[in-house]
Design a binder for this molecule. Structure first.
Ligand SMILES: *Cc1c(COP(=O)(O)O)cnc(C)c1O
Length: 363
């Protein structure tokens, strides 16, 4: 059906989508079965679209065991708009929000929160160039903070929390843009989880927010309506026109995740994929992993070579070999292999083979 050749896409985002998702979307693009119109051409208030939205949410709730007292919202503006929306909704007047600074995206979240209210940086690994996740004992938490904000996976630096920190009864807010549903998740540990869709869920333009119902009481009528979580929850994400096509693709992706054995199945596969690349990095010393071992990300594997010349050559030759998007973020340099849920294991094997061959030629 898909006649053109697909390369192995290591892009950090927007990123690879499951082939069956793309094929189903392609098949039904011109006319949804029984509807005779494209999903992009129908009202967001039609029964057809309401069913698409409901099914996406139901599948997500089932796959991630999201408790009934959490609302699932499909918003817009990306994770970057949530950097503002979170404090605007949850940082109560006179309150303090604790932020854990683990990398470039955390810094951006802190910058936006600072414009809204009082922020306490409870820990930072900046002095270690963000190569690690802080230990529980390093967190200087405010006892009655409005919330604690964390970044579950640091997309640029290649580090990831292995378990959420203990923050007592203070709501934990997570930017999970780059590792949402990469394996089993205990949603009840969080007050709010947000994620731009374009890494692990679907195309860009949809922002997932999973919020505990009691926190909606903090959203006051003074907020811009479009940023008000309570309004969005009361209107089931249909206060205004959502990204209907993006939600449709996200729904197909959730269906695909379910068919892969859910988050347990996906999690096992992701661990195996990442460990193959890390094993190759650790094998000879030709490659150097940039994250400390106990903080290594399962989603974004970052590594360097001895010189920038070698790195440029690695990027050039790997791209020519059909391994696309391995160049690291411009802020940190080096290489980054993003191995999101939809990235196939065969692509990991191809990367490891390429790494071995590159070392044989240049080592
Ligand atoms: C990609 C990313 C963002 C930015 O997402 P946008 O949807 O482009 O705003 C924020 N946080 C993390 C952790 C990311 O990986």
């Amino acid at each position: 059906m898909t006649t053109m050749t697909r390369v192995y896409n290591f892009s950090a985002g927007p990123a690879v989508l499951p082939l069956p998702v793309l094929e189903e979307a392609q098949r039904d693009l011109v006319a949804l079965p029984g509807v005779g119109m494209s999903v992009m051409e129908i009202s967001h208030r039609s029964k057809t679209f309401e069913d698409i939205l409901a099914k996406a949410i139901d599948n997500m709730r089932e796959v991630a065991s999201i408790p009934a007292n959490y609302r699932i919202l499909m918003l817009q503006g990306g994770a970057s708009l949530q950097f503002s929306a979170v404090p605007m909704n949850l940082l109560t007047p006179g309150g303090v929000a604790d932020y854990i600074d683990t990398g470039s995206w955390a810094v951006k979240a802190i910058e936006e929160a600072n414009k809204v209210g009082k922020v306490n940086v409870a820990a930072s690994t900046k002095a270690d160039k963000y190569t690690r996740i802080p230990a529980q004992g390093e967190l200087k938490l405010t006892p009655d903070a409005a919330y604690v904000h964390m970044t579950t996976n640091n997309t640029i630096e290649g580090t990831e929390w292995k378990a959420p920190p203990d923050v007592g009864s203070v709501p934990l807010v997570a930017d999970a843009s780059s590792d949402i549903f990469h394996g089993p998740i205990d949603v009840a540990r969080f007050g709010l989880i947000y994620a731009g869709a374009q890494k692990n869920l679907g195309p860009s333009g949809v922002t997932l927010v999973i919020v505990r119902e009691d926190l909606l009481a903090r959203s006051t009528a003074a907020l811009p309506t479009i940023l008000n979580y309570k309004v969005m929850a009361d209107n089931n994400s249909l206060y205004n026109t959502p990204n209907t096509f993006g939600i449709y693709i996200l729904g197909l992706t959730m269906k695909w995740v379910k068919a892969q054995g859910g988050l347990a199945g996906i999690g096992t596969l992701n661990e195996r994929k990442a460990s193959k690349v890390y094993a190759e990095i650790d094998r000879s010393g030709f490659y150097r992993g940039t994250a400390q071992k106990d903080s290594r990300s399962v989603m974004n594997v970052t590594f360097r070579l001895a010189t920038e010349e070698l790195e440029n050559l690695f990027v050039k030759e790997s791209t020519a070999a059909g391994l696309d998007g391995l160049k690291g973020h411009r802020a940190v340099g080096g290489m980054r292999a993003s191995l999101y849920n939809a990235f196939p294991e065969a692509g990991v094997d191809a990367l490891v083979d390429f790494m071995k061959e590159f070392e044989r030629k240049k080592g």
